[in-house]
Design a protein around this ligand. Structure first.
Ligand code: AMP
Ligand code: MG
Length: 347
């Protein structure tokens, strides 16, 4: 299949014409990759079973792993699921934005989109291009992250092209994603929220809106043999480069010492993802920095790119800091622990 690649940074007349073309592709059941503030999304018509099948195929994703549907206005959820006052409290606080809410679905959404579940995940992106595309299309867009299943999510068009060129009808290049980590996912059950995937809307922020917020075990823990999860996407190996990743748990001084000795032991064949400034101590060869130590937003924005780039080094192993579990750190911890298939080394 030929993939049309278009660039949209401003919503001028030229962009509007490109968005009309993209909306037409979606209407005919085709696939369009769109930028959002979290990561790029592999979009198709959320009301069309066939489009859902194509999304699963293009991504190589198991069809029991449900898709998030993207709407232009929080109130549009009414047509697709059973909302509640708690949904509207969340919407008021966090939408548009990086929060996905799971509710009971209505028949307007086929079960092929929801991986056979009777619930649906809804998000309203805070991104002018995504929002304009959903409005131009006039229906919700089902969109998982625009990577091949299991690989790090793409935060710029280069990686989308690497994974999906030839498998989708159009890729809209909207530049670098502002947040770089996928949305926070919560499930509503009565007056309780269960946090299924942490993201830029943090646990603490959720507790300001809802008194009862539980964190699903799978957010931080390894699945036990045969255990099922509330969110099928929380498989234990995910976001992974091909090179093994090991997370180092220890203070920054020990981190530097450990890396220096590993660089010697492997004759430089180890990759490192570290904080700004650390490259001055360990050298710049096979090293990627993701921001200042305390700038978790910068780590979030750069981590998936760092994982992909480190994978091109041709090294035997990639080392990175074990992220903290507080605030935005929980989202980083959740992604990195999967990228590392739960391999943590105490140093
Ligand atoms: P991605 O589309 O790559 O951002 O991943 C979407 C995540 O949302 C996956 O982990 C899915 O398992 C999860 N998800 C989507 N819909 C539902 C749902 N109805 N119930 C539980 N998890 C869901
Ligand atoms: Mg994904």
């Amino acid at each position: 299949m030929e993939t049309k690649i278009v660039k949209i940074t401003k919503l001028n007349n030229d962009a509007k014409e490109k968005l009309r073309q993209a909306a037409a592709i979606l209407s005919f059941g085709g696939l369009v990759v769109m930028p959002t503030e979290t990561v790029y999304g592999l979009g198709g018509d959320a009301t069309n079973e066939n489009a859902a099948k194509k999304i699963y195929e293009a991504k190589g994703r198991p069809s029991n792993n449900p898709l998030i549907i993207h709407i232009a206005d929080p109130r549009d959820a009414e047509e697709y699921c059973h909302t509640s006052p708690l949904y509207y409290k969340l919407a008021k606080a966090f939408m548009p934005g990086p929060l996905t809410v799971i509710m009971q679905k209505k028949d307007t959404i086929p079960t092929s989109v929801t991986g056979g579940l009777d619930t649906v995940a809804v998000r309203c992106p805070d991104h002018k291009v995504a929002n304009a595309l959903i409005r131009a299309f006039g229906k919700p867009i089902a969109a998982p992250s625009a990577n091949i299943s299991g690989r790090p999510s793409p935060t710029c068009a280069k990686y989308v092209i690497e994974d999906l060129c030839g498998h989708v009808d159009m890729i809209i290049d909207g530049g670098e994603c502002e947040i770089g980590l996928e949305s926070t996912i919560v499930k509503i059950d009565g007056d309780t929220l269960t946090l299924l995937r942490p993201g830029a809307v943090t646990y603490d922020a959720l507790t300001m809106v809802c008194e009862k917020v539980k964190i699903a075990d799978a957010v931080t823990d390894k699945l036990k043999e045969g255990e099922t999860v509330l969110s099928p996407g929380m498989m234990y190996r995910h976001y992974s480069p091909n090179t093994p990743v090991v997370l180092l748990d220890g203070d920054d001084g020990r981190f530097i010492d450990f890396i220096l000795s590993e660089q010697q032991r492997t004759s430089g064949k180890c990759g490192v993802i570290c904080y700004d400034g650390e490259e001055k101590l360990i050298g710049e060869n096979n090293v990627i920095t993701i921001g200042k130590k305390d700038d978790l937003a910068s780590h979030g924005k750069h981590i998936f790119t760092a994982l992909r780039e480190a994978d091109t080094f041709g090294v035997e192993i990639i080392y990175a800091h074990l992220p903290p579990k507080e605030g935005l750190g929980l989202a980083l911890y959740n992604r990195m622990i999967r990228a590392a298939a739960h391999t943590v080394k105490k140093i």
